[in-house]
Each structure stands twice: as C-alpha cells, then as structure tokens.
Design a protein around this ligand. Structure first.
Ligand code: ADP
Ligand code: ZN
Length: 649
C-alpha cells in the first residue's frame, strides 16, 4: 500500500486489507464548477505573523508543542495530518493559519449541535466566524453565504454532509478559501468506531480546491486509522505531526464490578464538590435508571441518549455545558466534539467496545490540563454480553473477527497487572514508562496462582457436559463448586457431581473473578443463546496443568477510601489560600456574565485565566496583557469589569 508516510508500525493483528477493495472510492473528480461569477472578495489576511495572531486573538504568549511547526507549515501552503490528544490545542493549528492567510478557513466538523458554541467562542475572541448547517433558517444561511463571498469571514464551519452537495461546493468555489481543516478526521475510517459515510467524500476536496492547504486532525488514531486518514482524505504529500497521545493529568482506574451503581456513587462522592462529569452506560434503560439513582442520592445528574426528544437532549446538553457540577449519564451518543474544558471525571459502568472508544471517551475529562479521573467498573457480565453481541451480530466473519480483536484489546487493558497508561499508549503505537498515575501504578495489584481453582472450574464444565450433556452459566457452576444447597442444585441432582463443594474455599465473588479472567483470556467461551460456558481449545493446557494461570486479585472500591489526588483536584484548592477569595469572586462574576449572554462560562474565561488573575492581581489594562486567555477583544469587553472585581476583593 503506497502513498502513506512510509514507516508504519503495524497494528497488532491487523488483517491486511485494501481500503478501496470493499468500498467504492469517493466519487471521481467532481464535475468542473462554473466559472466564478465575479463580485466576490477574499477575506484579507488579519495578522502579519502567526505569533501576532496568537497573542492578539487568544492572549497566549507562546505556541505549545508542535503548534508552531504545524502553523508555519500550513501558512506556507503545506498539507498536514495532525494527531494530538484532546486538550493538546488542535484548534490553534488551523485557526491561526486562517487568520494569517488571505481568504476564509473552512472547518469541517461533524457535530452540528456544537458548531454554535465553537463559533461563539471564536466571536468572543473577535474572530469573524460563522457556520452553515441544516439547523439554519434560509435567511440566516443567505446572510452567512453573502458574508463569505464578501470576504467578511475568517472561519466558516460546515457539516460534512453539506460538502456532499454541489450547492455548497459551488458557493465555496465562488469565494476564496485560505485553508481547509477536517476535524475528527478518524470518522473517515470505516473500521473505526465513529465511521461517518459523509467523510468519504471529503477526499474530493483535494481536486476541487487545488492549492488550498488541507489539514486532517484527530485525537484518536491507531497507526491503521492514521493510514486510512492519509489515504482517504488524499493527503499523500502531507507532513505528519504525531504528538504523544498521553494525557498525564488523567488518572485511570478500573475496578471489578459488584454493585455498579453503588460503586459509581461512591466514586462520584470521592470527587471534589461540584465536579462536572460524564457517566457512560451502554443502554438507554441503564442510562435512565442510573441517572435516577444518582439524583435520588443527591447528585445533580441528568440523562442523555438517542431516545430522548431533541428538545430534552438540547436542554440537558446545555445544562451540562453551562452550569457547574452537572453529571450527565449518557450513551456514547453524547460527547463527541464537546469542548467543555473542565469535565473532571469520566466514568464507565459498562465495558466500551474498543480501546479507541474508551480512550476517546475518557479523553473528554480534563481538557484544561487540571487533574481529572477516568474510572470504570467492569465484570464478567460485560464480557459475556459483548462476546454474545459480536457472535449474534449481523456482521460477516471479517467484521466479527475485527470486533473480537477490539474486545480482546479492551479486556487486556482491564486485566493487566502492568501500568494502564503504558498499555493504552502501546495500543496507539507509542512506547512509555510506568506512569505513577493509574491504579495499578499507585497500588500494584496482587496476583495469585489460579491454576487449581481454574482446573476445578473447567473440570466441572467437562463433567456436566460428558456425564449429563448439560451446560450452565456462571451462577450454577459457582453453586456447584461452593457446594450450595439450592432448589436448583437439588432438582438437577448436582450434589452428585464429583466436583460438588470442592471450591468452598473461595467466595462467590472470587469465583466470578476467576471465571471473568479465564473468559478474558479465551480459556473459557460462551455458547448459544444463553451464553452457557464451554471449554475452548486452549482450556486443555490448563486442565493438564501445562498453562500457568496467574490471576489478578480484584480490588473493589479502593477509590472511595481516598487515595490522594482526587480531593485536591479543584482549581480553587490549588490556589494559595490568600488568592481563593478573589478567585471565587471572579467565578461569580463570570457566571453572571455567562448567564446574561447565554453562553457557557468557559467562553467568557477559562479557569486557568481566572486563576492567573487571582494570583497576579493586575492593577490596570496593561497588566491584563500578561494573563493567558485575554486577547485584545476580551480586554476591551471585560477589562474594566475584571479590574473592578479585583479592586473590590
Ligand atoms: P483540542 O481541540 O486539541 O482538544 P483545544 O484547541 O480545545 O484542544 O485547546 C485545549 C486548551 O488549550 C484550550 O483551553 C486552549 O485555550 C488551550 N491552548 C491551546 N493552545 C494554547 C497555547 N498556545 N497557550 C496556552 N493555551 C493554549
Ligand atoms: Zn500507570
């Protein structure tokens, strides 16, 4: 496969495939558009240098990481593929070139619901930004189109499906584009977890707008997805900027699931008062019940899933974005493109289907770089359920195999006795050292020799099958092993199985842990409609005593007993006591401003800006220039008000 950057690290067990085998390539060259009708103007370059734009618009004094190299490359007309973790600062990479080059920057972004906030944030910084999507009234759309043609827009956000239609493409051709940014570029990957068919057509932009530099950006890409992005978006000559995917401020924890809701509640209660968070569950039902449970226990929790009507969804999303300390319980329909920087935790009460999904969802915590938590409870039921879903799914064999690989990688992460972060980063092809900020680093898990219990269990499965032609799920097997005297045991005569009662030394919970781990390693499989347990080909090695079975001792609820970090996570807590009063006063002022304008608080100022204000107490407008996050426009809009708050506190 030619055309990629050349030095691909192969993705583990990646089946070789040609991405163009199975899908028709994006439409061949678009028909030539009619010549521009004239009368349009290019938006002039607003700033002479990238640094000038960065300082004046955003109030930042320096570029971060690869930002400078990326911006310079694009300003000079080059294409780029940018892999940067959430919170890494991708927006600057395309917004600054759009402000420096002549013309309007086109941003392709998949989530219509969020364009509004993205554009608001830009406008608050004095950038002339607008969007085109299906939610707009015709006259509003006409206004934006005219502004584009008149050269009055620095940035134009467009939903991908718009670019599938000739109408929008013709419009864009009549004006002047400075740069094309394709955000969430992993959506082009057909094998990925967020595939969007509309993204496939975006490769056509290469021919349609030759000479306009293009960037593809994402925070989630295995080497295979990276390759697909490069090929399908037709970026053969792009420079590749691959930042470390690490999110050092996020603490990862995965614990065994016993009573998920109670565990979740105690996790949330261990977080600083007023922490905003997202809880992911698989089904709508579970979302509703969990949100109710949390609300009943005094947590400000709301639900979000595709079964709610649009108005309710919009209201809940808006509460989450605009108010402090709201916990949203959601299916994965929620969160893509959510820019809220101060989400303090992301919790999973069901197992995600892939490491990509997990990493992207947990990545929504702590975009502001402040300490944040990723917590998950996972159990035997999750594994059995997901294996069954894959087997019963309507995918062909290749798809099932792929889903199985995704699940195996996820299970390996859950059951690892090594550093979680090391495991995660290795999955994305990046080597690292143990991190010191995940559960296994902080409290290395005990391991124990599970060979004998595993043999007892497997041999019970064998006996039931051979002697009675029966198969059961975990519950009955555990009852047999523990010598329980239930009605079902008596009715089925299971007291007479040779292994009856030989596992009384382990608790029911221990047995579940054994079964889950055997399952995760493929030493047990589920069969049939009811997911009854059966041996796999690999089980023989355990029965013969040839395959060692080191097991991880489950840790449950350790987080609720407090293990540092979490409680100190709030921004106010990190301030010296003498600055806290002013910080709180600024926060109250910000909330008032946000309410008046109907925008999220972070669009007024981020927490980092308030903290710097509280610490440095600038006395006049010039002093505000040194505060990160206060550019020219915000100094004009809020400078006097902020100075008044400082003077009064
Ligand atoms: P991403 O889109 O990669 O998730 P954003 O573009 O939203 O990240 O940026 C994440 C945070 O970092 C934002 O709060 C942004 O204001 C801040 N940021 C970005 N670049 C810089 C910089 N050069 N200096 C200071 N803060 C920055
Ligand atoms: Zn670690």
């Amino acid at each position: 496969m030619d055309g990629g950057p050349g030095d691909w690290v192969p993705y583990p067990d990646e089946p070789p495939y040609d991405p163009y085998d199975d899908i028709a390539p994006p439409e061949p060259a678009f028909p030539a558009a009619p010549a521009a009708t004239g009368g349009s103007r290019a938006a002039p370059s607003r700033y002479a240098t990238p640094l000038e734009a960065l300082e004046t618009v955003y109030g930042y004094s320096a570029f971060r990481g690869d930002q400078k190299a990326i911006v310079e490359h694009v300003v000079a007309g080059g294409d780029a593929v940018v892999l940067m973790p959430t919170g890494g600062g991708k927006s600057v990479c395309y917004q600054v070139p759009a402000l420096v080059r002549e013309g309007t920057g086109l941003v392709v972004s998949p989530l219509i619901a969020l364009m509004h906030d993205q554009v608001d944030a830009l406008v608050a910084n004095g950038v002339r930004a607008a969007y085109l999507n299906s939610t707009q009234a015709p006259d509003e759309r006409a206004r934006v189109e005219n502004a584009y043609l008149a050269g009055e827009l620095d940035l134009l956000y467009v939903a991908p499906e718009r670019l599938n239609g000739e109408q929008t493409l013709r419009l864009l051709e009549r004006g002047t584009l400075s740069v094309i940014a394709i955000d969430e570029a992993h959506c082009v990957s057909q094998w990925g977890h967020d595939f969007r068919p509309d993204y496939l057509a975006l490769g056509g932009l290469a021919e349609r707008f030759p000479g306009v530099p293009r960037l593809a950006l994402t925070a989630t890409a295995t080497p295979a997805t990276h390759r697909e992005i490069t090929e399908r978006l037709r970026l053969p000559d792009a420079r590749h900027f691959v930042a470390s995917f690490d999110r050092p401020n996020i603490r990862y924890r995965i614990e065994a699931k016993t009573e998920p809701r109670a565990q979740l509640l105690s996790f949330i209660r261990s977080q600083p008062e007023g922490s905003a968070g997202i809880v992911y569950a698989l089904s709508r039902n579970s979302v509703e019940q969990t949100a109710e449970y949390l609300a009943r226990h005094g947590i400000d929790a709301i639900s979000y899933h595709a079964g709610l009507d649009a108005a309710t969804r919009a209201r809940h999303q808006s509460r989450f974005l605009r108010e402090d300390g709201v916990v949203v319980v959601a299916t994965i329909a929620f969160g893509m493109g959510i820019d809220k920087p101060d989400v303090r935790f992301v919790a999973h009460i069901d197992l995600p289907k892939s490491v990509e999904g997990y990493y992207q969802e947990t990545g929504r915590a702590g975009r502001d770089g402040e300490p944040a938590q990723a917590w998950m409870a996972y159990g035997l039921g999750d594994v059995v359920q997901q294996r069954r879903l894959i087997q019963q799914g309507d995918g062909d064999r290749a798809i099932q195999q792929r889903q199985g690989q995704h699940l195996d990688a996820m299970l390996a992460l859950c059951e690892t006795v090594g550093c979680r972060r090391q495991n995660l980063l290795a999955y994305f092809g990046q080597a690292s050292e143990p991190c010191g900020n995940c559960d296994t680093c902080l409290t290395p898990p005990d391991t124990w020799d599970g060979l004998v219990p595993s043999q007892k269990l497997l041999s019970t499965v064998v006996r039931l099958k051979r002697e009675r032609n029966q198969a059961f799920g975990a519950g009955q097997l555990i009852d047999i092993l523990r010598g329980a005297s239930t009605e079902r045991i008596r009715k089925l005569g299971h007291e007479s199985i040779a292994t009856y009662g030989i596992g009384a030394d382990l608790s029911e919970q221990d047995w579940r842990s054994v079964i889950r781990q055997l399952f995760a390693r493929g030493l047990l499989v589920a069969q049939g409609e009811y997911g009854t347990l059966a041996l796999s080909e690999a089980s023989g090695g355990v029965l013969r005593g040839e395959t060692p079975v080191p097991l991880r001792r489950d840790v449950i609820g350790r987080v609720s007993r407090g293990s540092g970090g979490a409680r100190k996570a709030s921004v106010a807590d990190q301030l010296a006591p003498e600055h806290r009063g002013l910080f709180e006063a600024l926060r109250a002022w910000r909330a008032e401003q946000a309410r008046e304008q109907g925008v999220p608080a972070y669009i007024v100022f981020g927490d980092a800006t308030l903290r710097a204000l509280a610490e440095h107490r600038p006395a006049n407008l010039d002093g505000l220039a040194g505060i990160p996050g206060i550019g020219e426009r915000k100094r004009e809009a809020y400078g006097d008000a902020v100075l008044a708050v400082i003077a009064a506190n």
